[in-house]
Design a binder for this molecule. Structure first.
Ligand SMILES: [Zn+2]
Length: 89
């Protein structure tokens, strides 16, 4: 998880100037070309984390609901079988 959130602050490889603009192509101090490593943007990381936070409970709730539903169906099936058995005498 920790690898998703990388600090966006970057330094110029030539002079070490802090490059605050993530879109920058050249260092504003020495003009050295700057090619940042492609990395997951903070927005994407936040969306992934939010999706995990929201999707995980939905998955758990879905599993619980499915399990509860199955139990109810099994219960109904058992009762139906009992009724059938009684009717057959
Ligand atoms: Zn520089």
């Amino acid at each position: 998880m920790g690898t998703f959130i990388k600090k966006l602050e970057t330094k110029c490889p030539e002079c070490g100037t802090q490059l605050t603009d993530p879109e920058t192509k050249y260092c504003p101090e020495c003009g050295a070309p700057y090619l940042p490593e492609p990395q997951l943007s903070r927005g994407t990381a936040i969306w992934i984390i939010l999706a995990l936070i929201f999707v995980f409970p939905i998955g758990v709730i879905g599993a619980l609901v499915a399990y509860y539903d199955l139990n109810k169906k099994k219960e109904a099936w058992r009762q139906e079988r009992l009724i059938n058995a009684v009717e057959r005498g």
